[in-house]
Design a protein around this ligand. Structure first.
Ligand SMILES: [Mg+2]
Length: 276
C-alpha cells in the first residue's frame, strides 16, 4: 500500500504516546535495519564527507546493546564498518551481498555455494584468459570480479572484451557485465534489492521469528523495496520513511512506509527512544 508522505503518522509521536507503533512492538524484540546515507547522516555532495555524528553513533551503539541493529548500505561493507566505528553492529554492504555480524563474522550469501563457485570460476577464467594481455588486472570483489585494462595497450584491449564476451556465452543467463572506466565488472545475474536483502538477513540472522518485529529506516527510492518487503514478514515489519523537509519532491512522493521521521536528528531521537 502506498501513501503520500504527508499522510504518514509521525513515528516519534506514536512511540512517545504509546500509540500503534508502540503496541506493535509490545512484548516483542525489535530488529532494526538502518540505511546509512540520508538516514544516519545528512546527504552531502561527496560521499566521503558523509560522516556520522558522535551523538548518532552513541544512539546506534546503545540500541545495538539491546537488540539486533543492522546497517544496510550500497556501499562496500568495510567502508560502512569504518564509518560506523562500532563493533556490536551487523553490517550489510553491497546491498546485502556482503554481511558481517558480531557473533557470526562474515555470513555467506544464500546463493552461497553456487554463487561463490561461479565467482571463483569467473576469476579463474579471467586470469587464465588474460595472462597473455600485459597490463590487464583481475580484481576479485565480494559480489563480482572486475577485470581492468587501463594499462593494456590499445591493440590488446579488444582481447579483454572477447574474453568477457566468451565468458558470458559459456554461462548463458548466469552472468551480467557492467562496463566502467577501462574495466568490466562481471556479476552473477540475479535479482537483488534492499527488500530481498532484508528478508534474507532476517533468515540468515535467525530473526524471522514471532517474537521479533523488523523495523527499517530509510530515505530513498531504493529503500522502498525494503518497506514493501516488510509487509511480507510475520509479524509484519514497520517501515519508517526519513524525509528531508527541504526536498520539494517529497510533496508529491508516495511511499510504502508506515511512519515518518522528518530529519536525521529525529532519527537519532527515535533510536534513543527505542533503546529505552
Ligand atoms: Mg539513503
Amino acid at each position: 500500500m502506498s501513501r503520500s508522505i504527508g499522510e504518514l503518522p509521525h513515528a516519534l509521536d506514536t512511540l512517545e504516546t504509546g500509540g500503534e507503533l508502540q503496541q506493535r512492538l509490545e512484548g516483542r524484540h525489535p530488529a532494526v535495519f538502518l540505511d546509512y546515507d540520508g538516514t544516519l547522516t545528512h546527504i552531502v555532495d561527496r560521499p566521503e564527507d558523509a560522516l556520522i555524528s558522535e551523538e548518532m553513533r552513541e544512539a546506534v551503539r546503545s540500541l545495538a546493546e539491546r537488540c539486533s541493529v543492522c546497517v544496510v548500505s550500497g556501499r562496500d561493507r568495510r567502508v560502512v564498518q569504518e564509518l560506523m566505528g562500532l563493533d556490536n553492529l551487523i553490517v550489510a554492504g553491497s546491498h546485502g551481498f556482503d554481511i558481517w555480524s558480531p557473533e557470526g563474522g562474515e555470513i555467506q550469501h544464500e546463493q552461497g555455494t553456487s554463487f561463490g563457485d561461479l565467482l571463483g570460476e569467473v576469476e579463474d577464467r579471467l586470469r587464465e584468459g588474460s595472462t597473455a594481455v600485459e597490463g590487464s588486472l583481475v580484481e576479485p570483489k565480494s559480489a563480482s570480479v572486475a577485470i581492468h585494462y587501463r594499462l593494456a595497450s590499445e591493440e590488446e584491449r579488444p582481447k579483454i572484451k572477447e574474453l568477457v564476451d566468451g565468458l558470458l556465452e559459456e554461462h548463458p543467463g548466469e552472468l551480467k557485465v557492467t562496463p566502467g572506466k577501462m574495466v568490466y565488472e562481471v556479476q552473477p545475474n540475479i535479482d537483488w534489492d534492499k527488500g530481498r536483502a532484508v528478508l534474507y538477513l532476517l533468515r540468515a540472522l535467525e530473526l524471522d521469528r514471532d517474537d521479533v518485529v523488523p523495523l527499517y529506516l530509510g530515505d530513498d527510492v531504493t529503500d522502498e523495496h525494503a518497506f514493501g518487503a516488510l509487509s511480507e514478514t510475520s509479524p509484519p515489519g514497520i517501515g519508517v520513511f526519513v524525509s528531508d523537509a527541504e526536498d520539494p519532491e517529497n510533496a508529491t512522493r508516495t511511499t510504502a512506509a508506515d511512519y515518518l521521521l522528518r530529519s536525521v536528528e529525529e532519527v537519532e531521537r527515535f533510536l534513543d527512544r527505542l533503546a529505552r
